[in-house]
Each structure stands twice: as structure tokens, then as C-alpha cells.
Design a binder for this molecule. Structure first.
Ligand SMILES: C[S@@+](CC[C@H](N)C(=O)[O-])C[C@H]1O[C@@H](n2cnc3c(N)ncnc32)[C@H](O)[C@@H]1O
Length: 397
């Protein structure tokens, strides 16, 4: 039987074993004055064969303080890439001075009790009624800040951000340990009020980022949803430059939107979410096919709806749900619109919880899902609509 050769062997490296790499690193560190060698531990050395090097993580009291990088071909220290001795010393000192944390074990995840639900009302209030850690993914596209000044809903941008903060905070409470919040958001254009003023673009995604971080999320990815060229010309941006070609007036036509990906802060690795998932058969069933998006550029045509002016495409919702949840999981969309997230969730055998403030869109969702004639198992709870008797009944709380 053939045994597979190690990378270090096929490349003919002089340093071919983990134990050799550790020994070289140990030797190097013992020559740094003041670095306490009894407080040095090593993480797992890894080969980076693009640069023909070994990276040996250095830790003190479990905390990473840097790495020793070894030239794998000649077994010498790569001083350029190795953490500088002064930095190692400072970090070791900091690690030793840090108050000791008591490690509490996170309870294992459990299956959510929620059924498919449509909740009518303001997400700020309605999400408070969902049990803690009862949803497994949040995917949404928030209302635009003053897309049309004449119908302005928010008196200031700060007021708008405060609404977003509250929804992000409540979503964090409802979201289970270490799971994802994915938001489709883009800068908005405020049209000029008169010819003597200029139009303004507000970088909403960057303010949203600050809210996520402040509300206990970690940034994971920025995916760019790219629409076909021509998609943005109707807004008129860039026409002036196209005609006059004066520098400084250049304005590209925006044909992208952000899909921002955040993870609820946890000390557990993503691997923990996979291993501890209460339905391991669902984990297996949820493996993603070969034709997944390999980069953070997703080319998807925009959607059009006769009922709602700002839907996102079903294809976009399906990708997000496929990549960030398992079958049977509950997907929450706090700004549900006409239920694109819910349709994607059903197509992919996930459950959904939609919240939507507008009667019109809630009615549309109800009619649409009623027309599907779903089996009993996919029954939909209606909350705060004429058909619901009580909120408590719906969520069994
Ligand atoms: C950009 S749209 C979402 C469209 C949705 N992704 C779809 O494909 O149908 C935002 C939605 O949020 C709703 N909305 C605005 N403020 C809300 C609030 N405070 N609570 C719940 N929904 C709200 C709006 O009525 C609108 O339908």
C-alpha cells in the first residue's frame, strides 16, 4: 500500500518534522534575554510551502504572543518574518499580568422550538418576545435611510441608526451561540434638495459595522453582490461626468451592494457549532455542493417585484442560507418584506421567522404561503394578525 508523502518530504526540506521545527524555535528563543522560557509554550507548527517556511506559534499562558518562522530549506530562523524579540517580551509580560479568566463551559446547543412564523409589527418590539438563542441565522436587508426625502420616516440619521442598533441587539439575544448575522446593505444616495446643493452619499454599511461590533458581533466577511452593468444608470449618477469629463466630478455608477457577515461573539470555534449541533443527520444533509461561490464577488441579477420596491433576489437569500445554516435551523428576517428569506428557507428545508411592520406586505406573505398549501409540518404561525389569538400561544412561552 502506498503511503502519502508529507509536503516537507516531497519538497525535500531540511526541516521535515513538527518536532524538529519546535526544537529550532526553542533554541532560538532561549537566546533572547529576559524572555522567560518556562512560560513559553508552542502551538502546532505549520508548513507554508508558498514561502518554504515553518511557522511555529509561540504562546504564554495559552495566549499567542507571536511566532518563530524557520526557513525549511536550510533550517535557519527567518528573522524578517519572525515576531521581533521586543514584541515577544512585551506580549509575554502582558499575558502574565492579565487577570486569570475562569473558563465556564458553554451549554451544548439545542434545537429551536420555533415554528415557521410571520410576525406583524415593529421588529424593535416584536423580537423581544422571541426566546433567547431560539434562532440560528439572521439574514436581512434593512429599510433604506430616507431613500425618498419626501416620504422620510426618520427625522435624523442618528434616529435611523438607533433603530438598527435595537434590532441588532435583540437579534443578538435571539441568536444561538456563535451563529451568524448576515446583512445586505449599501450606501444610500440622498438626492439634492435644490440645484444649488449637491447630492450626498451616506456610507451606511460602515456605520452598521460599528453597531455590530458594539453589540457583540465579530466581523467575518464583506461579500460584494455585483449586479449586471447598467443596473444603476437609472439613478442618474455619473451622467454629469459622462457628458463633461471634468476631473473631480467623476462618480462611478454603483452596481454593487454589501453582504456583511458577522458572527455572535463566542470563545468557541465554528467547529464547535458543527460538532455540537443537536441534529448530526441534518449537518450531513446540509453539506454544500461543488458549485458554491469561491470568492467574495457574487454576480446575481437584481429582483423585481410588483408588490415591493426593495426586495432582494431569491438566489441571494438561498446562497446565504445554504452557507450559514443547517437544514432544520431557524432563519430570522427582522425586516421581512414580502418574505424572500422565508421562501428561500422553505426551499432549503430550514424554518423561518419573518417580522414585518407593513400590513400590506404581511398580507402578501400570508396569501403567498397559503397558496403553497404547505404540509402540516411546515404550518405557519401568524402573530399579531387577526388569525392569532395570542403571542404566548404562538411561541409557547
Ligand atoms: C428592504 S425591505 C426588505 C425586503 C425583503 N428583503 C424582501 O425581499 O421582501 C425592508 C422592510 O422592512 C420593513 N420595516 C421597516 N421598518 C421596520 C420595523 N421597524 N420593523 C419591521 N419591519 C420594518 C419595511 O416595511 C420593508 O418591507
Amino acid at each position: 500500500m502506498k503511503t502519502k508523502m508529507l509536503v516537507s518530504e516531497t519538497r525535500g526540506y531540511k526541516v521535515s518534522k513538527v518536532s524538529d521545527a519546535k526544537l529550532i524555535a526553542e533554541n532560538y528563543l532561549s537566546n533572547i534575554d529576559e524572555l522567560s522560557s518556562e512560560d513559553v509554550e508552542f502551538g502546532l507548527p505549520e508548513i507554508d510551502d508558498r514561502f518554504h517556511i515553518w511557522r511555529v506559534p509561540v504562546k504564554t499562558l495559552g495566549e499567542r504572543i507571536g511566532e518563530v518562522v524557520i526557513n525549511a530549506k536550510v533550517a535557519t530562523i527567518d528573522e524578517e518574518r519572525t515576531t521581533k524579540p521586543k514584541l515577544l517580551l512585551t506580549r509575554q509580560k502582558n499575558a502574565k499580568n492579565k487577570p486569570k479568566k475562569t473558563r465556564s463551559k458553554t451549554p451544548d446547543p439545542v434545537l429551536s422550538p420555533l415554528q415557521n412564523s410571520i410576525i406583524k409589527g415593529d421588529a424593535r418590539e416584536q423580537l423581544k418576545n422571541l426566546p433567547e438563542q431560539s434562532v440560528n441565522l439572521v439574514f436581512t436587508s434593512p429599510p433604506y435611510y430616507n431613500a425618498k426625502p419626501e416620504y422620510s420616516e426618520y427625522s435624523t440619521y442618528e434616529e435611523y441608526l438607533e433603530l438598527m442598533r435595537q434590532v441588532i441587539r435583540e437579534s443578538a439575544r435571539c441568536l444561538s451561540e456563535g451563529r451568524f448575522f448576515v446583512m445586505n446593505v449599501s450606501p444610500v444616495l440622498l438626492r439634492r434638495a435644490s440645484r444649488s446643493e449637491s447630492s450626498k452619499r451616506i456610507a451606511v454599511p460602515f456605520d452598521m459595522h460599528r453597531l455590530f461590533i458594539e453589540e457583540g458581533f465579530e466581523f467575518v466577511d464583506d461579500i460584494h453582490w455585483v449586479k449586471p452593468e447598467g443596473a444603476g444608470w437609472s439613478f442618474g449618477r455619473g451622467r454629469r461626468f459622462a457628458a463633461d469629463r471634468n476631473p473631480l466630478q467623476y462618480k462611478p455608477v454603483p452596481i454593487t451592494e454589501y453582504i456583511l457577515v458577522y458572527r455572535k461573539k463566542t470563545k468557541n470555534l465554528i467547529d464547535w457549532n458543527i460538532r455540537k449541533h443537536p441534529d448530526q443527520a441534518a449537518v450531513l444533509e446540509s453539506k454544500v455542493d461543488d458549485d458554491y461561490e469561491k470568492t467574495n464577488i457574487w454576480r446575481i441579477n437584481p429582483s423585481r417585484s410588483k408588490v415591493h420596491p426593495a426586495t432582494f433576489p431569491l438566489e441571494l437569500a438561498e446562497k446565504v442560507i445554504k452557507y450559514y445554516s443547517f437544514q432544520g435551523d431557524v432563519v430570522l428576517d427582522p425586516f421581512g418584506g414580502i418574505g424572500t428569506t422565508a421562501r428561500a428557507a422553505l426551499n432549503l428545508r430550514r424554518r423561518f421567522v419573518m417580522c414585518e411592520i407593513s400590513d400590506k406586505y404581511v398580507e402578501h406573505m400570508k396569501e403567498y404561503f397559503a397558496s403553497l398549501k404547505l404540509p402540516e409540518a411546515s404550518r405557519i404561525e401568524l402573530v399579531n394578525t387577526e388569525e392569532t389569538t395570542s403571542m404566548n400561544q404562538a411561541f409557547d412561552i
